[in-house]
Design a binder for this molecule. Structure first.
Ligand SMILES: *[C@@H]1O[C@H](CO)[C@@H](O)[C@H](O)[C@H]1NC(C)=O
Ligand SMILES: [Cu+2]
Length: 645
């Protein structure tokens, strides 16, 4: 569970320097590349130098000599959308100020700070006194584990089980909220696993222990050891190829991707141009990849047309269904608690991404506010996997000898000749499916989420998430299904190993701007219609009835209940024949929560109550589960925002 990152070679400013002095110092050392200093794209993520600079400015107001301060989020404070749009229309205009949004814990209170990097000062500093706490930092998550491994009663429990403490590995997990009235301190629960002969620690949970760590004061707040169930065996759990006996199967001959003339994309800083697409790719500690300003080139009009202002993963809800004392709380919010971007791992060339991939690094701020480099966090590549984008063969054009086709069946020797003749008269047109993929893999504990944004020449954007990695399993006394006479909340997967039922809900924030800013959301229902006309040969048909959502309330959709097409249209732009110009939202497999709406985790995850929500643009409504998710109480979610009108 260790993350290896390389600290980048930036200088550590020491407060209290004068702000101007510091700025000069940084520029003099040319840490900010010249082109970026002059013209960063307004949506570029903060550079390492900017992150360092943000830290210095915050420290200037809150010197560490008299304050305890930890940085929980440092990211770009995006200019408001109208500012970005007007900047786009007039690129000669001065760039908007670079600003950073900081969430810090200062003397045990949560601050939301906006730092202006042009004015070199804090321009807004608000104390958050509502519910919920910011993202955990790696430092506090690992400090809680260290504390646990040295805690006397815990060590005793390990001894009592006949285990070796040096083979124990632990992780820290959000404690969530289950209706407590009092405001809880910032805490985590620690769960431990046993290695001893495997690296697949998730398959060897040490059950029965509950341990709560106060991460503000870094002390154990509660410890219980209830029972012991056997730890599943290590045999056969190691996933490393070298440990597989027997091997996984025949080794395949290698596959390569060859692009003798080089890639078809151009990357300039964070701008990506490929085929007919143009977009901006940024990194956010919480969201991971952020796609902005995606537009598509219209060959007829000879200009780019807007499609997507912004898209990113807004929240990820993972509730487990196991109600045991050590399990019931596992209802994680992977983006808002741990950071979908923070949990990203370097991609391995030739395995995570093909040979023709381009890799991009990212930066985040550690707990002390210093930038940390995350190498190879995104890869961008052209995908051709032998699929067809579009095709047609035409056989009924006059002059074509379709009839000869039948010879094929009756006189195959003759037919071979006829078959060839047929091709001559056919019209056949095929276009291969080549697309552009932007990939990030986020490893949140046991799971690895493969997050892809795929841009297609047909004009569509496809988002996919592949779930891989390890299951989170529970140790159990059972070795065969027939022994089980109680509710075990899952499936017995192996001896002493239960796989508890759970879900993964990924919520995407998609700010769609089709052909401009003003868009409407249209639901087109396919409606069965009865015919009451004897002169017509049919009794029924279906037709399309379209409704434009008027309020946020109207636009809440549960997919699968009715046959409907969802689209975002620009009501001010029409095609030559008068149809609205729009984009369809095509769902993949449909799922919905099976928890009661008044259950605590579901109140906090009320954004999963519907599959689609539509809200007007509001710069501060980015996170479906709210800005402060750890121990949140559901008062700042997509569900509450949608009740406003
Ligand atoms: C924007 O969102 C915030 C947070 O939900 C809310 O307080 C504010 O009223 C919203 N603004 C508008 C104009 O709806
Ligand atoms: Cu899962």
């Amino acid at each position: 569970m260790t993350k290896t990152f390389h600290y980048c070679p930036v200088i550590t400013p020491m407060s209290p320097f004068s702000k101007t002095l510091l700025f000069l110092l940084l520029s003099a050392l040319s840490i900010i590349p010249t082109h970026q200093r002059q013209h960063p794209h307004p949506l570029d993520p903060l550079t390492p130098a900017e992150i360092t600079w943000v830290q210095a400015i915050v420290h200037y107001s809150y010197p560490t000599s008299s304050h305890t301060i930890t940085f929980h989020y440092v990211g770009l404070e995006e200019p408001p959308k109208p500012t970005v749009l007007s900047w786009l229309r007039n690129p000669f205009k001065k760039n908007p100020h670079r600003q950073a949004f900081v969430i810090a814990r200062i003397d045990q209170t949560t601050h939301e700070i906006i730092v202006d990097l042009t004015f070199n000062q804090i321009i807004s500093d608000q104390v958050h006194d509502g519910y919920g706490y910011p993202l955990f930092t790696f430092e506090e998550l690992s400090a809680a584990v260290e504390l646990t491994l040295k805690y006397g009663p815990f060590m005793e429990s390990i001894n009592k089980r006949g285990l070796k403490i040096e083979e124990v590995a632990c992780g820290s997990y959000a404690a969530e909220w289950f209706g407590e009235k009092e405001m809880s301190k910032r805490i985590v629960r620690v769960m431990c696993y046993y290695l001893d002969g495997t690296v697949n620690l998730y398959m060897r949970p040490i059950e029965g222990i509950s341990l709560i760590v106060d991460i503000e004061r870094m002390m154990i707040r509660d410890f219980r050891d209830r029972s012991t169930v056997p730890i599943p065996k290590a045999d056969g759990t190691d996933y490393r190829e070298s440990m597989q006996t027997p091997p996984l199967g025949p080794t395949l001959k290698g596959t390569t991707v060859v692009q003798p003339h080089g890639p078809n994309f151009e990357i300039e800083g964070h701008k990506v141009r490929w085929a007919n697409w143009d977009f901006h790719l940024s990194f956010d500690a919480r969201a991971g990849p952020v796609i902005s300003l995606a537009s598509i080139f219209d060959v007829e009009k000879q200009k780019y047309r807007e499609v997507l202002y912004k898209g990113f993963v807004s929240e990820l809800f993972v509730p487990y269904m196991d109600l045991n004392k050590e399990w019931y709380y596992r209802t994680f919010f992977d983006a808002g608690e741990y950071g979908y971007g923070l949990s990203a791992m370097p991609l391995e060339p030739l395995r995570d991404c093909p040979e023709n991939a381009y890799f991009m690094d990212a930066y985040f701020a550690s707990q002390n506010g210093m930038p940390v480099q995350m190498p190879n966090i995104f890869c961008i590549f052209e995908r051709y996997s032998g699929d067809i984008m579009w095709r047609h063969t035409e056989t009924i054009i006059p002059g074509n000898v379709v009839g000869d086709f039948f010879f094929f069946f009756f006189f195959s020797a003759v037919a071979l000749i006829e078959w060839e003749r047929m091709f001559i008269y056919q019209v056949r047109e095929v276009r291969p499916e080549v697309s552009l993929v932007v990939r990030m893999v986020s490893t949140v504990g046991n799971y690895d989420y493969i997050n892809d944004w795929e841009f297609k020449q047909s004009g569509s954007i496809k988002v996919t998430v592949g779930l891989t990695g390890m299951l989170q399993v529970r140790g159990s006394i059972y070795t065969h299904k027939d022994q089980i006479k109680e509710e075990v909340y899952g499936t017995l997967l192996a001896e002493n190993t239960l796989g508890p039922h759970h879900d993964h809900f990924l919520t995407y924030h998609l700010d769609v701007d089709v052909d401009g800013y003003a868009n409407s959301f249209v639901k087109s229902k396919m409606q069965m219609t009865l015919v009451n006309d004897d002169k017509l040969p049919r009794k029924s048909y279906w037709r399309v009835v379209s409704e434009t959502a008027k309020t946020e309330f109207d636009a809440r959709i549960k997919l699968g209940l009715e046959q409907a097409d969802l689209s975002v249209v620009n009501p001010n732009k029409r095609t030559r024949t008068g149809n609205f110009i729009g984009y369809r939202l095509i769902p993949g497999s449909i799922t919905s929560p099976l928890l009661s709406e008044d259950d605590y985790e579901q109140i906090r995850a009320a954004f999963t109550n519907y599959n689609v929500w539509v809200t007007p643009y509001n710069k501060s409504e980015k996170w479906a589960g709210g800005l402060f998710v750890d121990q949140s109480r559901g008062d700042d979610t997509l569900a509450t925002w949608s009740l406003r009108y």
